[in-house]
Design a protein around this ligand. Structure first.
Ligand SMILES: Cc1ncc(COP(=O)(O)O)c(C=O)c1O
Length: 410
């Protein structure tokens, strides 16, 4: 490679991204955590932008499980699952995940991103070399689905005439698309985020299920509902089962992460034994990539057990109380939310890009971490501060944060 030829191209692309304010490479380096605070340059910052919704990653039970597994198995899996990377702790975690979600089976994979690629490529194309599923499939996807779903559809090479993108949370649109395509495709995959991470909105799975029931008999090979509930599981719902619990219906295939509310690292898929067996045979991101480390598997297993205990329920109750307090204080102070969310993601509508970026920077100066979200992630004029509430926050943390917001807004 000639640097002289290639570097100007890279530099110009980086400048373009900088100019568009969509750069991701500037990082805030965190030196440690204590409860709801991060240590940065020897100063403590209250975190309002973490997906660790129940504060589990610092929990002593998870840390102990992680240490014990590392002592027993070492620090890494050493091989992919079907070679010599299937450890007892992976199996125990899969058993626990299947039971937690009331499914026959679970499959742990390196990340939820990899899980979405696995599900979509396998369901659409089979293994790629053998066409286990041969008939053409139509994929229906919410327009604001997570990037891993968008990339999954690209990797599955779904052509545009086999893809129907429905308007965000617009189930009348989904219904009319299903009606339009009757007789044109034998089977359909509907894929949606459970919780949409920019606004904390929740997919109405009961509504989607009712629409599926309406059309199921008209698609000879059926309609499969895939839900990515990375932000929902271990984040909300009385028992932490996320969107399925809150919206009162179930996915056929559910994708989750171990790296947000469950305080660990990695991803997983739950469903019927047949679906999981099929994915283990066909999904490249599972077959050709390491699973998670023994420590991550053990801490995730400990997280599941904790969530099912009284302490887990207490954390979920605390999180719900914190959300309620934050919303009440913010509404009283006259702030407007970009969406009315019942989830720990609470989007404060600011509207203007420069103002949103400045507000986030000023909050940082005052000791708070909170993420500004601007176009193209949200529509122009809908810039927001995406606040994430956790059960690790105390009511004092929340009051301090709201006071800071009020002082900067005046
Ligand atoms: C909805 C959704 N799906 C998938 C992912 C990917 O999760 P993981 O970090 O486990 O790959 C994320 C994380 O950003 C997400 O928000």
């Amino acid at each position: 490679m000639s640097d002289q030829k290639f570097n100007p191209l890279l530099e110009s692309e980086l400048s373009r991204l900088d100019a568009a304010h969509v750069t991701k490479r500037r990082e805030i380096i965190i030196d440690g955590f204590s409860g709801s605070k991060a240590l940065i340059n020897h100063q403590k910052y209250l975190i309002f932008n973490s997906n660790d919704y129940l504060g589990l990653r610092l929990h002593s039970v998870l840390k102990k499980a992680d240490h014990q597994a590392t002592r027993k198995y070492g620090t890494g899996p050493g091989a992919v699952r079907f070679i010599s990377g299937s450890l007892r702790v992976h199996h125990d975690l899969e058993t626990a995940l299947a039971k937690f979600h009331g499914r026959q089976a679970a499959m742990v994979i390196s990340s939820a991103f990899a899980a979405n690629l696995a599900v979509l490529t396998s369901l659409v194309r089979g293994s790629g070399t053998e066409t286990l599923i041969s008939s053409p499939v139509l994929v229906m996807s919410d327009e604001l689905n997570h990037r891993s779903i968008v990339d999954g559809l690209r990797l599955a090479q779904v052509p545009s005439d086999r893809k129907a993108i429905y308007r965000h949370l617009d189930y009348a649109h989904l219904d009319s698309l299903l009606s339009d395509y009757v007789g044109k495709f034998p089977r359909v995959i509907i894929v949606t985020d459970g919780v949409f991470s920019m606004l904390g909105q929740v997919a109405d799975l009961a509504f989607i299920r009712a629409i599926i029931n309406k059309y199921e008999s008209r698609y000879p090979e059926g309609i499969v509902l895939v839900v990515d509930d990375c932000h929902g599981i271990a984040a909300f719902g009385p028992t932490g089962r996320g969107t399925e619990e809150v919206s009162g219906a179930r996915a056929d295939i559910l994708v989750g992460t171990l790296g947000k509310g469950l305080g660990s690292d990695g991803g997983y898929i739950v469903g019927s034994q047949l679906i999981i067996d099929y994915l283990r045979e066909t999904a490249s991101t599972y077959i050709y990539s390491n699973s998670i480390s023994p420590g991550s598997a053990a801490s995730a297993l400990a997280a599941i057990q904790l969530i099912e205990s009284k302490s887990g329920t207490a954390l979920l109750v605390k999180s719900a109380a914190n959300i309620k307090l934050f919303k009440a204080l913010m509404l009283k102070a006259g702030f407007v939310f970009a969406a009315d969310s019942v989830h720990p993601i609470q989007p404060i509508l600011i509207g203007d890009t420069a103002k949103t970026q400045t507000l986030s920077a000023r909050l940082y100066d005052l000791g708070f971490l909170v993420t500004p979200i601007s176009y193209p992630v949200v529509p122009r004029g809908r810039d927001e501060l995406r606040v994430q509430i956790s059960s690790a926050h105390t009511s004092t943390d929340i009051k301090k944060f709201v006071r800071a917001l009020i002082s900067l807004n005046n």
